[in-house]
Design a protein around this ligand. Structure first.
Ligand code: ACO
Ligand code: KIV
Ligand code: MG
Length: 566
């Protein structure tokens, strides 16, 4: 069935009348105040809300990463939530520079219970909300604008009265017109002004006005316009901290939060890795690391992001997606050939003290405590660069460029055949089979060399080989060991290219040699050899190339049905 025509059912979100908007030119040069609502908005959206033990672990981790404002619950919702807040206070678990926030609906009995829960903390913010959007006024409450305003002002007056009874706590106040982003701006302003007129914040002791996109219904630019509009029009602006609380229903919460900060928001409420109601609250980790990649320190520490993720996954009992920005298992992994090539070249050029400039990697994984191990992985979409990178990183094999091209065909054939990823070990295995284990028909046994600098052929060699299982002893001479070896073999060999390097260092060091040669009129093919002796490694490389040539020739001349007949 086709999707039905939406025009009859849904309406476009109206634009904000703000033609002189300034936010598009703004640049974010400092982090906003971060407020984690993981233990409240995040927790209320979980299949199984966190146990007190999990909440505590989460709380301690939030402190460790540097969050200074933590919404610890909705104490009037349940005894568990109430007890958790009391536990934090009574057991003196809240550091002096951290403020807890407790959320309540604007209803008398809930407000009383909330203040009771937070009393005695060094610092606490009572967060009062009521929904103000037309659909709530009409559908949920059946109330006029003034009646809805009255809920907010009555609640504010009560909070003010109650907190005055607990002077040992440094109280702050936050008001949220819930569903702000789907509410008429003039009404949001009216209700926020009415609340702040009662609370009477000052520039020294500000209150928070939080403007949520309780359900994200517009493009982020519209949300930014709404925030700029409010920031310009609210009364007592110098005594207000403007906060945003984006949800992710349209998948644009990050953009909405960033544009809102450009538009004047001082504070952002969200959850780690974007947990929260429905599609989630805005992801504080992504926001913070987006800033970091612009050279602005977010004031939060994600230098061990994997352990943060592990704890969040355990507490929320929800997995973080493998493609989640910065933390997903696959976000620092390139499978496709051209990406691998560019990343490999980027690593080779990157200087430690220079700005980060590696293609396809917007951030250095090591800054997040992640390794380069998974940066390049190989499947049928990969090219020579990726395979060469893995052989070099994991096995110390530095393949010359033309050998990379030749070898990549062998890897590609396996990838195409299996349709699976090939691990670094798998690539090494293919390399070994294809080059290092080519010991038929010729297998190296030993050699003896003499040098006579007065002779035309200064190097003389005796070699012992086996050929199709039979031992052979051969002699030859030449300008150098390989020349002499080829002479001893007595085959029509034309050496085209030669490379060598050491693998490792000290007593365990080995030599790797790669030769490219032509046998008789055949194609040029590579061979490779590894040995603790560099000369032996080069002889093995020559035999590897010769054997590969012979095998190819035999395969080409074998009757088509030979396999079936055998
Ligand atoms: C966008 C957000 O995330 S807001 C936070 C939402 N979080 C939660 O709801 C989690 C915690 N909530 C709870 O545990 C419960 O909902 C409680 C304890 C707050 C309230 O429970 P109940 O009293 O049983 O009410 P219920 O949850 O059914 O809420 C609906 C009632 O509250 C009323 N209500 C909602 N907000 C307000 C308000 N600010 N002022 C007065 N009444 C309100 C509704 O009109 C409705 O009343 P009705 O039953 O007379 O029609
Ligand atoms: C209570 C408020 C802050 C909220 O969670 C929302 O509107 O999404
Ligand atoms: Mg919310």
């Amino acid at each position: 069935m086709m999707l039905q025509n939406p025009a009859a059912k849904y309406r476009a979100f109206p634009a904000v009348q703000l033609t002189d908007r300034t936010w598009p030119n703004a640049v974010i040069s400092k982090p906003p105040i971060w407020m984690s609502t993981d233990l409240r908005d995040g927790n209320q959206a979980l299949i199984e809300p966190m146990s007190p033990e999990k909440k505590l672990r989460f709380f301690d981790m939030l402190i460790k990463i540097g969050i200074k404002e933590i919404e610890v619950g909705f104490p009037s919702a349940s005894q568990t939530d109430f007890d958790f807040v009391r536990k934090l206070i009574d057991e003196d678990r809240i550091p002096d520079d951290v403020t807890i926030i407790v959320l309540t609906q604007s209803r008398e009995e809930l407000i009383r219970r909330t203040v009771e829960a937070a009393a005695g903390a060094k610092r606490a913010i009572v967060h009062l909300y009521n929904s103000v959007a037309p659909v709530f006024r009409k559908v949920v409450f059946g109330m006029s604008r003034e009646e809805i305003t009255n809920i907010a002002t009555t609640g504010t007056t009560l909070v003010k009265e109650l907190v005055a009874q607990h002077p040992q706590t440094d109280w702050g106040f936050e008001y949220t017109p819930e569903s702000f982003s789907t509410t008429e701006l003039d009404f949001s302003k009216h209700i926020c002004d009415a609340v702040s007129a009662i609370w009477k914040p000052t520039p020294q002791k500000k209150m928070i006005i939080n403007m949520p996109s309780t359900v994200e219904c517009s493009t982020p630019n519209v949300y930014a316009d709404q925030i700029e509009w409010m920031s310009r029009k609210l009364e007592r602006r110098d005594s207000l901290i403007l906060s945003v609380h984006p949800h992710n229903d349209r998948g644009t919460a990050i953009a909405a939060a960033e544009l809102a900060v450009m538009a004047g928001a001082d504070r952002v409420e969200g959850c780690l890795f974007g947990n929260g109601e429905r599609t989630g609250n805005v992801d504080l980790v992504t926001l913070a690391l987006n800033l970091y990649t612009q050279g602005v320190h977010p004031g939060l520490d994600f230098s061990d992001i994997d352990s943060v993720r592990k704890l969040v996954e355990e507490c929320n009992q929800l997995p973080v997606h493998p493609r989640h920005p910065y933390v997903g298992d696959l976000v620092f992994t390139a499978f496709s050939g051209s990406h691998q090539d560019a990343i490999k070249k980027g690593f080779a050029k990157q200087q430690p003290d220079q700005p980060w400039e590696i293609p396809y990697l917007p951030i250095d994984p090591q800054d997040l405590g992640r390794s380069y191990d998974a940066v390049i992985r190989v499947n049928s979409q990969s090219g020579k660069g990726g395979m060469a990178y893995l052989l070099e990183q994991d096995f110390g094999l530095v393949l010359p460029r033309r050998l990379q091209i030749e070898f990549s065909r062998a890897v590609q054939a396996v990838a195409d055949q299996t349709g699976l990823e090939i691990t670094s070990e798998g690539i090494h295995q293919i390399f070994s089979q294809e080059y290092l284990e080519q010991t038929a028909p010729y297998a190296y046994s030993s050699h003896k060399m003499q040098e006579d600098t007065t002779s035309d052929e200064p190097v003389q060699i005796d070699i012992a080989l086996s050929h199709r299982g039979a031992s052979m002893a051969l002699q030859g001479g030449g300008n150098g060991p390989i020349d002499a070896f080829v002479d001893a073999l007595g085959l029509d060999i034309k050496l085209m290219d030669y490379h060598e390097h050491s693998i490792g260092s000290g007593a365990n060091a080995k030599a790797a040699c790669y030769v490219e040669l032509r046998l008789e009129n055949g194609p040029t093919l590579f061979g490779a050899g590894i040995d603790s002796n560099i000369v032996t490694a080069s002889f093995k490389a020559v035999l590897s190339a010769v054997n590969r040539q012979i095998k190819q020739r035999e395969a080409a001349s074998a009757p088509a049905d030979a396999g079936a007949a055998a």
